[in-house]
Design a protein around this ligand. Structure first.
Ligand SMILES: C[S@@+](CC[C@H](N)C(=O)[O-])C[C@H]1O[C@@H](n2cnc3c(N)ncnc32)[C@H](O)[C@@H]1O
Length: 283
């Protein structure tokens, strides 16, 4: 017996069971607890047909979040569509990194989110910082529409604006917090990703040119000039990109404060400030 393999298959089985429960609940228009609370429930013909259609989609490698059109992120519920990236749990590393460096959560901070997608990063921060206001920008008008809907449904619409822009073009500052999870996949690697990603996340949210760094090169020079002195910039990056992204940060005049690992132990987030690191909220 190979214990690692057994553990991996047990993991797959658990995920498959959770997927099945969520799809069953969706087919029955019920909460996810229904299949556990009422295992005796017998499906009628139209319910069977509905669940079979959903299972066929999942078997064709469509993620459950895409089938349901919803994704939980930072304990908040987000609408997602084919125009938005499906937010990843790893991106919560950015939220933790920013919150961990804010001394006064009640301060009226201004937060800029570059490449906002469904708005998950900005809205998660606003949900924790009651006096903060934020701007989410994206090149995709369709994604911005989803972000606005999410802001309203989470009760954060009065503190969040969304604008179509090419990264930070035309914006002025200063911003106390700038966050971004830009595209960072090498163009030629996209087809090698799992079908759940390659065929369902928008290419615009993934593709970052030949070396995976195009978006950082495009956004950093201007974003660096918009950061307040002592402000916090938090960037998500792909596995193994930390040195290259940090070099780009330094070239724009920012001072790196640290790298934060995700739950898988991968250096996922770079935090930087403008000026002397001792100016920044927390070391
Ligand atoms: C990796 S996704 C991140 C989405 C969201 N922030 C998240 O973490 O789930 C990158 C986002 O950047 C946007 N984007 C790509 N090129 C852009 C550009 N030139 N200017 C602004 N946004 C851009 C994409 O449309 C996409 O929504």
């Amino acid at each position: 017996m190979n214990p690692a393999r057994t553990q991996k298959s047990a993991g797959f089985a658990a995920v498959a069971r959770r997927d099945a429960r969520l799809l069953l609940a969706a087919a029955l228009d019920a909460g996810p607890e229904l299949p556990i609370a009422h295992p005796e429930r017998v499906l009628n013909g139209s319910e069977r047909a509905r669940i079979e259609r959903l299972i066929a989609r999942r078997a064709a490698r469509e993620p459950v979040s895409r089938i349901l059109g919803r994704r939980g992120f930072w304990s908040l519920d987000f609408k997602i569509t084919p125009d938005t990236l499906d937010p990843r749990p790893d991106s919560e590393t950015l939220i933790e990194a920013v919150l961990g460096r804010i001394d006064e959560p009640a301060a009226p901070l201004h937060i800029l989110d570059l490449g906002t997608g469904c708005g998950c990063l900005l809205l998660a921060l606003l949900s924790e910082l009651p006096a903060a206001r934020g701007l989410g920008v994206d090149i995709s008008e369709a994604a911005l529409g989803v972000a606005r809907e999410n802001a309203d449904s989470l009760g954060l619409g009065a503190r969040a604006r969304f604008e179509r822009r090419d990264w930070a073009a035309g914006l002025s500052g200063p911003w106390q917090v700038i966050i971004s999870n830009p595209p960072y996949i090498r163009e030629w690697e996209i087809e090698e990703l799992a079908p759940e990603v390659a065929h369902h996340d928008p290419e615009m949210a993934l593709n970052a040119g030949l070396d995976g760094l195009d978006a950082y090169r495009a956004l950093l020079p201007r974003a660096g000039r918009l950061l307040d002195r002592g402000g916090i910039l938090a960037l998500e990056m792909g596995k193994g990109q930390q040195d290259a992204v940090e070099a780009l940060l330094v070239a724009t005049g920012l001072t790196p404060l640290g790298r934060v690992r995700d739950l898988g132990g991968i250096e996922r987030c770079l935090v930087a400030t403008l000026g002397n690191p001792w100016d920044s909220a927390k070391k």
